[in-house]
Design a binder for this molecule. Structure first.
Ligand SMILES: [Fe+2]
Length: 243
């Protein structure tokens, strides 16, 4: 479950210890100190129940053993995201101590991008598998046909892109160009472009397929194409479009 800490909560907390909502408190505590008492908003840590849908894909070639091992990595990104959020909430923000070579803020925020990025990537990966694959459906099918000409041409592009990637392939809707594109993301914290909505994420790190396919990544991508949940992909597109 997610925790949130609103400004109203902050006001209640500061009132409880005799502080004003702005400026110096009656105990002489500075504004920065009050920020550090805020509870960070925490992300949901995935459980076995969260991959139950993905486990249905086992007959298609991606095994239960792979998914269970993968869950541990997914949980790791969630736990580290929360750990860093807590550390940031406790940290004193002092520009004099920040440094681009090494500093606490740099260590936390660079690794935060990796942890939270990995968490989000895997959220989309596990949300958009567990279906019956095959040709795209709904509005996504229309966008794929507009951009690539046909589902087959898109799938060929996805497979080629996947073999050329070091970590991820992202099918994203670019709000500026109003079209979809198969991007490469080489690491958890490399993103294809701003103002795009991620609607499908293909994990091509070896941990996603080595147990089942060893180094044959192309066979894994073939199996992946057979388990895409197009309803989930369309739901992500519609959410991104505000529909
Ligand atoms: Fe992964």
């Amino acid at each position: 479950m997610e925790n949130s800490f609103s400004r109203r909560d902050l006001l209640a907390a500061t009132a409880a210890v005799g502080l004003s909502a702005t400026g110096m408190g009656s105990m002489g505590v500075e504004q920065g100190r009050k920020l550090r008492i805020m509870e960070p908003k925490l992300v949901h840590v995935p459980t076995e129940a969260d991959i139950a849908k993905a486990l249905k894909t086992a007959p298609h070639g991606i095994s239960e053993a792979t998914h269970k091992a993968h869950l541990g990595l997914w949980q790791g990104y969630a736990n580290k995201t929360n750990e860093i959020r807590k550390a940031l909430a406790e940290m004193e923000m002092d520009p004099a101590k920040a440094n681009q070579i090494y500093s606490q803020i740099r260590a936390l925020k660079v690794n935060y991008a990796f942890a939270y990025g990995g968490y989000k990537n895997h959220n989309v990966y596990f949300d958009t598998i567990g279906g019956n694959g095959g040709p795209a459906t709904g509005d996504v099918a229309g966008l794929i046909n507009e951009a690539y000409g046909s589902h087959e041409a898109w799938a060929k592009d996805l497979k080629t892109t996947g073999i050329g990637a070091r970590g991820w392939v992202y099918l994203a809707y670019d709000h500026d160009e109003e079209r979809v594109f198969n991007f490469i993301g080489d690491a958890q914290d490399t993103f294809p472009s701003w103002n795009s909505t991620l609607i499908l994420a293909l994990d091509v790190y070896e941990h996603a397929y080595f147990l089942d396919f060893q180094t044959a990544r192309a066979k894994y991508i073939d199996a992946y194409l057979n388990v895409i949940d197009w309803d989930a992909v369309n739901a992500r597109l519609h959410k991104g479009l505000g529909k």
